[in-house]
Design a protein around this ligand. Structure first.
Ligand SMILES: Cc1cc2nc3c(=O)[nH]c(=O)nc-3n(C[C@H](O)[C@H](O)[C@H](O)COP(=O)(O)O)c2cc1C
Length: 184
């Protein structure tokens, strides 16, 4: 039986590009599952009335989503509440290791939690992003190491992102992909 094509908006807020790469990957995976996907930077987000579902991602700065993402969610709360939404954030938390690091990684910063709860997403997931040592202050580097960090550079876990996208596909009853998406 032919299932109706699902229309999904994949919208991202990025400062340095790693969230965009993740959004592109998710978008390609959903297209491979037969969905009609529109990928857009949050400043050029499409009219949501054309979509059944929204995947929304933002980089994390100062323990919050980027201001553009928070503002977008505030000004589109009703439209987002009326749709299936999957929310993700991109920061360093998921890259923390050790007992303390894993505990800290499970904590959702309170501003992110409040924004997340305002739109009742089907799922919220934090992913590790790209963290360059250059430009990070010495106190921030020490704190990062104490919390179980220490690795710098591209910390993204494409397997975790693929698994989460699979959850979206199952949630929307999309068929299995015909081909595997190549990670960036
Ligand atoms: C100014 C600044 C503040 C940051 N603050 C946080 C933070 O509070 N928590 C966190 O987990 N990551 C933080 N990060 C790390 C970024 O979230 C990470 O580098 C992410 O990959 C950025 O995504 P983007 O490349 O899409 O901008 C910060 C990075 C910068 C540059």
């Amino acid at each position: 039986m032919e299932t109706e094509k699902r229309r999904i908006a994949v919208i991202y807020a990025t400062a340095q590009g790693s969230t965009r790469d993740i959004a592109e990957f998710i978008s390609d995976e959903l297209i491979a599952r037969g969905a009609t996907v529109e990928l857009a930077d949050i400043d050029h987000a499409p009219d949501l009335s054309r979509f059944d579902a929204v995947v929304l991602g933002s980089a994390v700065h100062n323990m919050d989503l980027l201001p553009a993402a928070t503002q977008y969610i505030r000004s589109h709360t009703d439209e987002l509440l009326a749709r299936d939404v999957w929310l993700f954030s991109v920061g360093v938390g998921p890259a923390l290791r050790g007992r303390l690091g894993r505990r800290v990684a499970r904590i959702v910063p309170k501003h992110i939690a409040a924004t997340r709860d305002s739109i009742h997403p089907r799922e919220y997931q934090a992913f590790a992003g790209h963290y360059e040592r250059v430009g990070v202050s010495l106190p921030a580097r020490i704190l990062y190491r104490l919390l179980g960090g220490g690795r710098y550079g591209d910390l993204r876990d494409w397997t975790a992102i693929r698994v989460w996208t699979g959850d979206i596909g199952r949630g929307l009853r999309l068929p299995h992909p015909k081909s595997a998406t190549v990670q960036p």
